[in-house]
Design a protein around this ligand. Structure first.
Ligand code: SF4
Length: 337
């Protein structure tokens, strides 16, 4: 099956990175797709992950705190409806927001009984909701859940994506960070999600200390070859009371300098298919218990540095997207980074 030409008909509305943009910016994509500004409303459900509860390991990912990466959400003791209502009111008042994507953010949102999952998704559907984004793990993608999402997509006319935590394509690093799955599960999940006409957002940490620039490039190449719709980049943050936090305090690894992060993201973008929409260039760490986050500066400053670097180098997303469709026949040698 040609994954690019899959059932995802919406792919056709994706345009190449516009000339004036150095990369395919998410906010612009949302405006094009939905005809106006769209805001994401996060929902935080109580939950766990198979690499926490013993099914695929214990302890969770070595960087993950007790909130399961849901630190920007409302408390998970509130119902789905209540969280949506409160967040909706906030965005309406502050930004005059009219259209929303409901974002199931924390933990593994398909790692629960089907009836609970179904109820959560149905609670998210209302007239001003144009899409649903479900954050989960590649090893928790079950066809029954995908079939249901596909039905909802057709019935309600929603854009639905599964946000898959991958972090890196380097399966040795995946072991090191205790993900509890390998690259193969990610590939399998993407193929099955695409077969259902749903979209994929891949989540990556570009500066994992055990990856080098070849891994950064391979991340871009694998996502491009699989034809995912969105990518979300994170910089590594280090939090107290995590395995990574303990390693950091013992001096077992060093976080790469900020300039190297900027260089890595630029290299990643250059190799990324220009049709893939970039949701984020850098992440935010939690407000509390931080040992390291974004080199002591703000996330928007890091984003600005990446954008300036793209300008200075006069480069853009997809400039080195020249490796698919047998292009090795046309190109001499294998590049070093
Ligand atoms: S899968 Fe996600 S929520 Fe679960 S331990 Fe890893 S990063 Fe945390």
């Amino acid at each position: 099956m040609d994954i690019i030409n899959n059932e995802c008909k919406d792919w056709d509305v994706i345009r190449l990175t516009p000339e004036k943009d150095r990369y395919n910016i998410y906010s612009r994509h949302l405006k094009d797709k939905f005809g106006g500004k769209v805001y994401k409303l996060p929902v935080n459900l109580p939950g766990t992950c198979p690499n926490r509860d013993g099914s695929a390991g214990t302890g969770g990912c070595i960087f993950c705190d007790k909130a399961g990466s849901g630190f920007q959400c409302l408390p998970n003791t509130l119902s789905v409806q209540k969280q949506i209502e409160e967040n909706r009111e906030y965005f309406k008042k502050r930004f005059n927001a009219q259209k929303f994507i409901i974002y199931f953010q924390a933990f593994t949102n398909t790692y629960m009984p089907f009836t609970v999952f179904r109820e959560n998704i149905l609670s998210a559907c209302s007239a001003d909701v144009v899409g649903i984004s479900v954050s989960t793990r590649p090893d928790c993608i079950n066809d029954r859940y995908l079939d249901f999402l596909n039905e909802i997509k057709k019935e309600k006319g929603l854009a639905i994506d599964l946000e898959l935590g991958l972090q890196t394509v380097n399966y040795h690093t995946l072991r090191k960070i205790n993900r509890g799955h390998t690259l193969a599960e990610f590939i399998d999940a993407v193929i099955r999600i695409h077969r259902r006409g749903l979209e994929v957002c891949a989540h990556l940490i570009v500066n994992l200390p055990w990856d080098d620039l070849h891994d950064v490039v391979e991340n871009a190449k694998v996502l491009s070859a699989l034809g995912v719709r969105y990518v979300k980049l994170h910089s590594l943050y280090v939090v107290e009371n995590t395995i990574l936090g303990d390693m950091y305090k013992r001096g077992e690894f060093a976080v790469m300098p900020l300039e190297s992060y900027v260089q890595s993201v630029v290299l990643f973008l250059e190799h990324l298919d220009p049709r893939i929409v970039v949701q984020r260039l850098v992440g935010k760490g939690p407000a509390e218990d931080l040992l390291f986050s974004n080199w002591g500066t703000s996330w928007w400053k890091v984003k600005q540095m990446i954008e300036e670097s793209l300008e200075e180098r006069n480069t853009r997303q997809g400039r080195r997207f020249d490796y698919l469709n047998g292009s090795a026949l046309l190109r001499g040698g294998f590049p070093e980074y």
